[in-house]
Design a protein around this ligand. Structure first.
Ligand code: ASP
Length: 329
């Protein structure tokens, strides 16, 4: 009889331990760090800071800080996240780079599919092709013409090999058969700053970074990378690249939330629930939609679906990258 009581007591204690872990995450006073593998002030950073604001409300008002571990087209910050303690206090917010870097880098120090837990997709963000204020081309047709007359002389900024701007730039060069010089930065924030200062010619970047600069006429805007024109007031006059003659051109940048492999399942469940709730927060929606982002629906904020999607994106962009024949070490 006593033995039965003992077993029951152990079982109860075990249940309480599992339950208390879930209940105590995040523990009062502990800080959650979200690693963003690009510079502060850029589009990925913007998504992370907006999201952190909403996630905090869902996670007992926990302090959430952003760590901009930038450089090498997202691979430095992603490696840092892969090596972090798997306790739910270090997370990673990254974009399509999770799917392009496995092909672009010959020696990646982590495995995107086996070194992370997946919390869910956050949003989809269109890109815009923009140019320096003094660029003589005033429309996409003129950019095409100008680039073909200036083969080898056009500078195309990007946020490093594996970044979204790098991928878009590769696609653009191949579609236009244009020889342009890539100029890598640690993120799109310094890239757009140099573009506004007429230091580089062109940049393809997310609307979360370009919308306000386009509205303020600090850069020239030529086209959007989505198959349909956008509804955002500052962007709605922009043609799509497809309607401008690049028939198959289509790229949209998604963002996702990750944790190091081994982060406890109950913590991942809490994070997934907090993420879903954040994506329904009217303030988050308003801030993101004003910049052209499309918030992920519940069905995409699903860990297994997120991982499957990344797998399919690795296969999809792997073909494009291999065809371009560009690799980094
Ligand atoms: N948008 C940038 C890219 O090209 C990165 C950043 O968020 O700064 O991938």
């Amino acid at each position: 009889m006593q033995a039965i009581f003992k077993i029951a007591a152990i079982a109860l204690a075990a249940t309480a331990a599992v339950g208390s872990h879930a209940e105590s995450y995040p523990a009062p006073g502990k800080t959650i760090t979200i690693i963003v593998p690009f510079t502060a002030g850029g589009p990925t950073d913007k998504v992370a800071r907006d999201l952190a604001e909403s996630m905090r409300k869902q996670l007992n008002n926990a302090t959430i800080v952003i760590d901009n571990a930038d450089g090498a087209g997202s691979t430095i910050g992603t490696a840092k996240a892969a090596r972090a303690h798997a306790d739910g206090y270090t997370l990673l917010l990254s974009h399509i780079g999770m799917a392009t870097t496995p092909t672009l880098y010959r020696k990646l120090r982590y495995n995107v599919l086996s070194d992370f837990e997946y919390a869910g997709i956050i949003n989809d963000v269109p890109m815009t092709l923009i140019g320096r204020p003094t660029l003589p081309a005033k429309s996409f047709a003129e950019v095409k013409d100008w680039a073909s007359k200036n083969q080898g002389k056009v500078n195309l900024a990007n946020a490093g090999v594996g970044s979204a701007s790098h991928l878009c730039g590769l696609m653009l060069q191949s579609a236009l058969q244009a020889d342009m010089t890539p100029v890598p930065y640690k993120g799109a924030a310094p890239a757009i700053a140099d573009l506004m200062g007429n230091q580089v010619d062109l940049l393809c970047d997310q609307t979360t970074n370009t919308t306000s600069q386009i509205a303020a006429k600090k850069v020239q805007a030529y086209a959007v990378t989505t198959p349909k024109r956008l509804a955002t007031p500052a962007l709605k006059e922009l043609p799509t690249l497809q309607e401008s003659g690049l028939k198959d051109f289509q790229v949209t940048i998604w963002h996702g939330l990750y944790a190091p492999k081994g982060t406890p399942a109950d913590v991942m469940k809490t994070l997934n629930t907090a993420l879903k709730a954040s994506l329904k927060d009217p303030e988050f929606i308003q801030r993101q939609e004003a910049l052209g982002a499309v918030i992920a629906t519940d069905s995409r904020v699903d860990p297994a679906g997120h991982k499957k999607f990344v797998e399919s994106e690795i296969a999809k962009w792997g073909k494009v990258i291999k065809a371009a024949g560009i690799y980094a070490d």
